[in-house]
Write a protein that binds this ligand. Structure first.
Ligand code: SF4
Length: 146
C-alpha cells in the first residue's frame, strides 16, 4: 500500500488540512523509500504538523546521509524512540544536531529520565491540549510505560 504509486496522493487527500498528524500508531518505518514518501506527503501538506516516532534510527540516518542534515521539512518532527524504559535515548553521533530529529523516552516509576512527561494517561489516553510531540522546542518527551 505504502509503495502504491497513488499512496502519496491518497495520504495528502486524507490528511487534508488537519493541523496535526501522527505517523505510525502501530508499526514503524519499513524502509528508506517509505520515509521519502512520508516526507513527500509532509511537503504537500504544509498546513499540517507531522510527528513520526521511530526506533529505526538507521533508516533516519540513511535518509539524512542521502538528502542532507537540513533536508527534513519544517513541518515534520521525527522522534527517535527509546529502546528501553528509564534509559534516555542516546542520539547517534550521525544524527546529533540534525534538523527536526528529537527524542522520546519511556519511564516506569519514579523520575522521568529526560524530557517533558506525557500527561495523556491522566486524560484517558488523549493528548488533549498538549502538543509537545509536535513541538520542535521540546527536545525530549517521556511516556509512562503501560
Ligand atoms: S499528550 Fe503530549 S506528550 Fe503525550 S503523546 Fe500527546 S502530545 Fe505527546
Amino acid at each position: 500500500m505504502l509503495y502504491d504509486p497513488a499512496w502519496c496522493d491518497a495520504m495528502v487527500t486524507s490528511i487534508c488540512n488537519d493541523a496535526y498528524f501522527r505517523w505510525f500508531d502501530s508499526g514503524d518505518l519499513p524502509s528508506l523509500e517509505a520515509l521519502e514518501r512520508i516526507v513527500e506527503v509532509c511537503v504537500r501538506t504544509p498546513a499540517t504538523l507531522h510527528w513520526l516516532p521511530t526506533r529505526e534510527y538507521a533508516m533516519v540516518k540513511a535518509y539524512i546521509t542521502k538528502h542532507g542534515r537540513d533536508s527534513l521539512p519544517d513541518n515534520l518532527i521525527i522522534r527517535l524512540s527509546a529502546m528501553y524504559p528509564d534509559r534516555p535515548v542516546v542520539v547517534p553521533a550521525s544524527l546529533r544536531g540534525v534538523k527536526n530529529v528529537l527524542t522520546s523516552n519511556v519511564h516506569t516509576k519514579g523520575a522521568v529520565p529526560a524530557g517533558s512527561a506525557c500527561g495523556a494517561p491522566e486524560r484517558g489516553g488523549r493528548c488533549g491540549p498538549c502538543r509537545d510531540c509536535w513541538d520542535v522546542s521540546v527536545e525530549a518527551v517521556s511516556y509512562p510505560k503501560h
